[in-house]
Design a protein around this ligand. Sequence first.
Ligand code: NDP
Length: 223
Amino acid sequence: MHTVLVTGANRGIGLEFVRQYAEEGWRVHACARDPKAAKELAAIKGDVTMHRLEVADDRQIAHLVKELKGDAIDILVNNAGVGGSDGSTDPDDWLRVFHINSIAPVRVAEALLPNLEMGSAKIVLSLTSRMGSIADNGSGGSYAYRSSKAALNAAMKSLAIDWKRRGVIVVVAHPGWVKTDMGGPSAQISPQRSVAGLRQKLSALKPADSGSFFNYDGSTLPW
Ligand code: NDP
């Protein structure tokens, strides 16, 4: 029995991660800010346990740790994320985006390290974006979102190096331009295709892949 924990599991890419892993018979810990309102999540059949988690709230992270004490986690999917208002440099908005997109994934991973060490796969996947790639930035704008994902990438690279001796594999991935509330209706691919690609890549990860930045189709992306 394998176990995965997904943040932001009530809609979009996170919901699809839950659906696919549950269908495959995995034990799934599905975290959402408001589990009671997560109707689509509640309808998924399988070994799915819901947890309340606002990722930017350390007290809720601590509560989750208590709920999961002694439980192995094979894969942590840091999926929860927000887009910033395009072009805005408002400090409050920027800091909010930073907390959710850059700091929270590190806090969640640190808090769940004992669970990951008990797992067999020992993988931390954080959903980043091509928009966080400085090398790939050809259109400007999106100051808060771009910098928050670039910071996430930098932090996860450090975690990959720091946790090498613990055997934990830490990677970041771009899910593609996906049809979700964030991606919008003009996006190129379905959540099904994105998550199927990401899961395939996850299943083939080796310790030497730790610290890499890849696309949902498995290719490597520039930092
Ligand atoms: P959605 O906007 O569709 O869903 C975002 C999810 O994150 C929701 O479940 C939301 O919960 C949750 N969330 C947001 N803030 C918090 C928080 N503070 N605490 C807990 N949960 C939170 O986005 P996607 O599914 O499209 O995106 C998922 C990830 O993929 C994000 O990290 C995003 O940056 C990344 N990504 C997406 C792309 C795309 O094209 N869709 C492209 C590149 C990257 P709630 O319902 O409570 O708001």
